[in-house]
Ligand binder design. Structure first.
Ligand SMILES: *Cc1c(COP(=O)(O)O)cnc(C)c1O
Length: 485
């Protein structure tokens, strides 16, 4: 038996190179020919079973694994790269982003710290966002896996500041609208609050924005009851309908009442890149902290988000890593402090900044902004077409890039209508031609179209409406009915 090759690099680099080129070609083809595949299709049990095998003791050739990826993985992912994908709030990714992710994996940078250029790349991205959003020079930030993680980081600082000022953890109260994203509840749980009691979900106005007078009344009531109003969260685009809270009013209100003002910018912060939409986010730069995503409207491949802290020095006091093995020096590899690990939870981190940096460099802020504005125009156009239909009603004011509606025709009762709308979504998804998602508004099943993908065009909206029509006919005919599942 031949002695095993002594490290994990290929024995034959030219053979590896040839296979690597084939893998790259296949991925370029996959992106160039997205429309030739279904948006989404479920994996069969046979395919799923392939991923139920035990840990292999022996290795396999890369060519074989490449083939397995093409046959058993590529066809069965969620499909958010496809222009027909309109479900949830998912970015489409870009070919440039794909190459950046490959470069980052090859470099295998641990971006937690140390004297390396990767930190400059990340800080440049943070400064770009600081200036775009209108934060002061004292602000600082760090890239995260997404808004959920960014929110936890922001809230740790907000909580620690409150406790340092004599607050009592169990008396702190957070405020947000009923439409706020679930990641806020999770973050509150992670930092030790009981979200069921310590988050006041304030009702919305007709635009699904937080109702300011109800908010003020609740703050006053809670203070009178001996509680400690602490955190106010505004949404720069809610996940359900894209509603944008009045951020400048919230910032003023937070200042007047001594609350920490946090903005959830996961969906909408990057709309600052679109001059025709940016005015709706007025006040975003007045936040004490902000969480946002690059993997949605930024079209950066998953995953990349960021937390921005208005007072960077204050934030680092709460997170600075002081361990002996992480001590800093003026020179050498331990230089270039502060490090990303001083801003957040992760010590070892991927070099996510490279794909964000390369995306902005390759496309430029103006073009990315035009993509965002186009998604909003498509949403407005879709909403107008749906509103003109007899059997369809809009279920939320169309805002930014999201349209919520339902079929409401026939003489069906509400229970039947919910069933029909659920079945419509299921049928459209299973068609492979378009993929909206389902949500719930006012207790009713609602079809939700979120236009985030830069590839989605009028042609895809036309296809969605045509698919919906045939799905409706099949549903109402009870033809091969897809049961409640
Ligand atoms: C997606 C989203 C989140 C969560 O962000 P992740 O990056 O998935 O963690 C939070 N808020 C809103 C409004 C979102 O759209």
């Amino acid at each position: 038996m031949a002695e095993e090759h002594s490290n994990l690099d290929p024995e034959d680099w030219s053979q590896f190179r040839a296979e690597a080129h084939r893998m790259l070609d296949d991925m370029v083809d996959a992106l160039a020919q997205l429309r030739q595949r279904p948006v989404w299709q479920p994996a069969s049990e046979a395919v799923r079973a392939l991923f139920d095998a035990p840990l292999p003791t022996a290795g396999q050739p890369l060519a074989q694994l490449h083939e397995q990826c093409m046959q058993s993985i590529l066809p069965y992912v969620v499909g958010n790269a496809h222009p027909g994908f309109m479900g949830w709030v998912h970015g489409g990714g870009t070919p440039v982003g794909m190459m950046a992710a490959m470069m980052a994996a090859g470099l295998n940078v641990n971006a937690g710290g140390r004297n390396q250029i990767a930190l400059d790349v990340e800080q440049q991205v943070v400064r770009w966002m600081r200036d775009l959003l209108g934060f002061p020079a004292t602000a600082d930030g760090v890239l995260t896996g997404g808004t959920s993680a960014a929110t936890v980081i922001a809230l740790v600082s907000a909580r620690n500041e409150a406790l340092d000022a004599g607050g009592e953890l169990s008396r702190l109260v957070a405020y947000a609208s009923t439409e706020v994203h679930g990641s806020l509840r999770r973050a509150l749980m992670v930092i030790g609050l009981d979200a069921a009691v310590q988050l006041q979900a304030i009702d919305c106005n007709a635009q699904l924005q937080i109702d300011l007078s109800r908010l003020e009344a609740q703050i006053a009531e809670d203070r009178a009851a001996g509680l400690q109003p602490w955190l106010l969260v505004g949404s720069a685009g809610t996940v359900n309908s894209g509603a944008v809270d009045d951020l400048s009013a919230l910032a003023a209100l937070a200042r007047a009442h001594g609350l920490w003002f946090h903005v959830d910018g996961a969906l909408g912060a990057l709309a600052m890149l679109a001059p025709e939409i940016a005015p709706r986010l007025r006040g975003i730069g007045n936040a004490d902290s902000l969480a946002m995503d690059f993997h949605k409207w930024g079209q950066v491949p998953y995953a990349a988000g960021m937390v921005m802290m208005r007072d960077g020095a204050q934030h680092r006091r709460h997170f600075m890593a002081a361990e002996h093995y992480l001590q800093r020096d003026a020179q050498g590899l331990a230089g270039h402090s502060p490090w990303p690990c001083d801003f957040g939870i992760d010590l070892s981190r991927e070099f996510a900044a490279l794909k964000v940096w390369m995306t902005f460099q390759a496309y430029g802020s103006a073009r990315l902004g035009r993509m965002i504005a186009r998604g909003c125009r498509l949403a407005a156009d879709l909403a107008a077409r749906l509103a003109a239909m007899d059997d369809v009603e809009l279920m939320a004011p169309q805002s930014l890039n999201i349209v919520c509606f339902r079929y409401c025709g026939g003489a069906y009762d509400e229970v039947a209508l919910d069933r029909i709308n659920r079945e419509l979504v299921r049928r459209i998804q299973l068609s492979g031609l378009a993929a909206p998602s389902l949500t719930c508004m006012g207790g009713r099943a609602v079809i939700r179209v979120a236009l985030v993908n830069h590839r989605t065009s009028l042609q895809d909206i036309d296809r969605l409406l045509a698919t919906m029509q045939s799905a409706l006919e099949a549903t109402l005919a009870g033809d091969g009915r897809i049961g409640e599942g």
